[in-house]
Ligand binder design. Structure first.
Ligand code: FAD
Ligand code: NAP
Length: 312
């Protein structure tokens, strides 16, 4: 039986692997369905990880993380986990090929992904002017004009954040009403460098070799078209959390989740199920940053070591 099973090999899973193995646990496997590294490997530039002054691609940034973990004995199994079940005082990890592995403790770090709009040009210019993270990429547009797609809390809050950095923010939303809290919308409306375009949709994200240059928009009430020049567009239309591994055959969740499907954890990354930890973007209130996911992973591993020690 494994001492700890780690599900997911992004910043949270790898950091958990490093701390669990370096902390003395011998039987630790990290199950990752693809190459380790997580979502950040799709980013062309990362410049906000403390202590790493050089701007790197997400792929290059994550490469040494695996190396470091494997040096301390973390084992990696390239496999998709379908479900985690609780049996008596241990867990069963069910893989997509039907194999079942037992573990005393589990750290779930399966992360998530921003929703895509599938508008023309989104894929072409993703990472070259199209972004889903204002905290990550806002600074690249200092004193430039940007747009935000979406009308939820994330879109409006991030627009307020961007308005402090960028010269102008145009919020494009498909309805005249907003999902975001009225007070947040009011706050955005009170800022002179935020413009609202509703009910508008994006017809096309336009650009050239340097990246995004503008948007072709359509008024969804009267079909009038409009073009705006912007250097960046933030697609803030929601986020999918990868919580499927926690769902049980009867439709219930293995641990408590909030209304957005994020796992509820305490400051030790403990769920309400003893021995089950959740770290990174899958947990409630995750700041969705590499440094935060890594910190969660380390915290969860320290908790898992303590749990395993007390349940020998
Ligand atoms: P993830 O990175 O999502 O890793 C989860 C891993 O679990 C994945 O590798 C996935 O394959 C695996 N997995 C999922 N389900 C299963 C399963 N069933 N079985 C096995 N494996 C599974 N953050 C910053 O700090 N700075 C930035 O500049 C920045 N830029 C970003 C740019 C982009 C384009 C994106 C998408 C994100 C960016 N982020 C940035 C956010 C950052 O990438 C995430 O906050 C961070 O990766 C979350 O780490 P995680 O380990 O929780 O999850
Ligand atoms: P969200 O509430 O689901 O809002 C997504 C927004 O994007 C909606 O306005 C939606 O339009 C729009 N949208 C979705 N798909 C689109 C598409 N294909 N094209 C164009 N527009 C599209 O997502 P969120 O803002 O990320 O928030 C997620 C949850 O977290 C929410 O419950 C939110 O309240 C919560 N949250 C809370 C806070 C806070 O309390 N401070 C902060 C952030 C998030 P429609 O409205 O027309 O559907």
């Amino acid at each position: 039986m494994l001492e700890v099973a780690i599900i997911g090999g992004g910043p949270a899973g790898l950091s958990a692997g490093l701390y669990a193995t370096r902390g003395g646990l011998k039987d630790v496997i990290m199950f990752e369905k693809g190459m380790p590294g997580g979502q950040i490997t799709t980013s062309s530039e990362l410049e906000n990880y403390p202590g790493v002054a050089e701007v790197k691609s997400g792929f290059d940034f994550m490469a040494p993380w695996q190396e470091q973990c494997f040096r301390f004995g973390l084992k990696h199994e390239m496999a998709e986990v379908i479900r985690i079940k609780k049996k008596l005082d241990f867990f069963v990890i069910v893989l997509s090929d039907g194999k079942e592995i037992e573990a005393k403790s589990v750290i779930v770090a399966t992360g998530g992904s921003p929703k895509r709009s599938n508008v023309k040009g989104e894929d072409t210019y993703w990472g070259k002017g199209v972004s889903s993270c204002a905290t990550c990429d806002g600074f690249f547009y200092k004193n430039k004009e940007v747009a935000v797609l979406g009308g939820g809390d994330t879109a409006i809050e991030e627009s307020i954040y961007l308005a402090k950095i960028c010269s102008k923010v145009t919020i494009i939303h498909r309805r005249n009403e907003f999902r975001a809290a009225p007070i947040t919308v009011q706050r955005a409306k009170s800022l002179s460098n935020i413009e609202f375009l509703t009910p508008y949709g994006i017809e096309e994200i336009c650009g050239d070799n340097s990246g995004v240059t503008g948007l072709k928009l359509k008024n969804l009430e009267n079909n009038a078209t409009k073009e705006i020049n912007i250097a960046g567009i933030f697609m803030l239309i929601g986020y999918n959390v990868n919580n499927a591994v926690l769902m049980q055959e009867d439709g219930t969740s293995l641990c408590a989740m909030n209304e957005y499907g994020q796992a509820i954890v305490n400051l030790k990354m403990e769920t309400n199920i003893p021995g089950l930890f959740v770290a990174g973007d899958l947990r409630q209130d995750a700041p969705k940053q590499v440094v935060c996911a890594a910190s969660d992973g380390a915290t969860a591993a320290l908790g898992a070591i303590e749990f395993v020690e007390h349940h020998k």
